[in-house]
Ligand binder design. Structure first.
Ligand SMILES: C[S@@+](CC[C@H](N)C(=O)[O-])C[C@H]1O[C@@H](n2cnc3c(N)ncnc32)[C@H](O)[C@@H]1O
Length: 265
């Protein structure tokens, strides 16, 4: 099946008003996607906390601000996106004393060694390798020496049922699927190394078969539906899943990795 994949197609999709207003509700209300969301936020927070306070941060393709509104220990940040609709939405949520909203094209960033940390979620994976290399160049140009880059990468080896659960390869919000790159662990490491990143760490997210099993039962019994409506119940399940995840071993078939790497040199 053909996919939306070119930079102009990806840009265009997220300028639609209904997609912006429904974005978080469609993706992050059920316990399982909430757990994945929390794991992504947690890795960014861990990085910032380890540094004490990160002076300057860029969130590339900020969208609704679901990540940055939960990130602490940063002094100032630029929330960057191409979509005015997205920026209007996230601009109402992010703390204006920390965040500056900026509209622009990620393929042509107006920065030179400005940031200690760049992070970007649900963005890099939508492009093919040639375009990802262009994005990496822009990110490296924007980072200070030894600055860090954090993003998520989907695992090719994740079970088919897990990919289906997250709608990978399916038309969800528009009439055909949006392209998603699925990486082999080794090819991901090579790709980042050849782009100019080093010290890469891959943190596996959603690796537990017990969580997979519980999510299946909760979906079949409509319990997930209840947990979407009842935030407290939802939070209890997310906490349960996250705790199970911390004691699960990585068998190489996690859903995604949170990738933490550093500008070489
Ligand atoms: C799938 S959303 C991800 C939003 C957010 N990072 C998240 O994880 O929820 C993709 C975002 O990329 C933005 N985008 C698409 N193409 C872009 C480009 N060339 N430059 C900057 N932002 C772009 C869209 O406007 C949208 O906000």
């Amino acid at each position: 099946m053909s996919t939306y994949q070119t930079p102009s197609e990806i840009k265009e999709i997220y300028t639609k008003k209904n997609i912006v207003s429904e974005y978080d509700a469609l993706r992050f209300e059920a316990p399982l996607p909430r757990m994945v969301h929390q794991a992504e936020v947690e890795e960014v927070n861990k990085y910032c906390q380890n540094k004490g306070l990160v002076d300057s941060v860029l969130e590339l393709a900020v969208g609704t601000g679901r990540v940055s509104k939960n990130v602490k220990n940063i002094r100032r940040g630029v929330a960057f996106d191409n979509s005015e609709e997205m920026l209007r939405y996230s601009g109402q949520i992010l703390d204006p004393s920390v965040w500056k909203m900026m509209k622009g094209d990620a393929f042509n960033l107006p920065f030179e060694s400005n940031f200690d940390l760049v992070y970007s979620f649900r963005f890099i994976r939508h492009f093919n390798v040639g375009e990802r290399q262009l994005l990496y160049k822009q990110i490296l140009k924007s980072l200070k020496p030894k600055g860090a880059f954090i993003f998520e990468a989907l695992n090719l080896r994740a079970p088919v049922s897990v990919k289906e659960r997250f709608g990978i390869g399916k038309a969800n919000i528009v009439d055909k699927p949006i392209y998603d790159e699925l990486w082999e662990r080794e090819s991901l490491l090579k790709e980042l190394d050849s782009a100019g990143f080093t010290n890469t760490v891959l943190v596996p997210v959603y690796r537990s078969s017990v969580v997979r099993y519980l999510d299946r039962i909760f979906s079949l019994t409509k319990f997930n539906h209840l947990a979407k409506k009842n935030k407290i119940l939802g939070s209890i399940i997310v906490t349960l899943y996250s705790n199970i995840e911390t004691v699960s071993s990585d068998k190489g078939n996690c859903f995604e990795w949170v990738v933490i790497c550093q500008k070489s040199g």
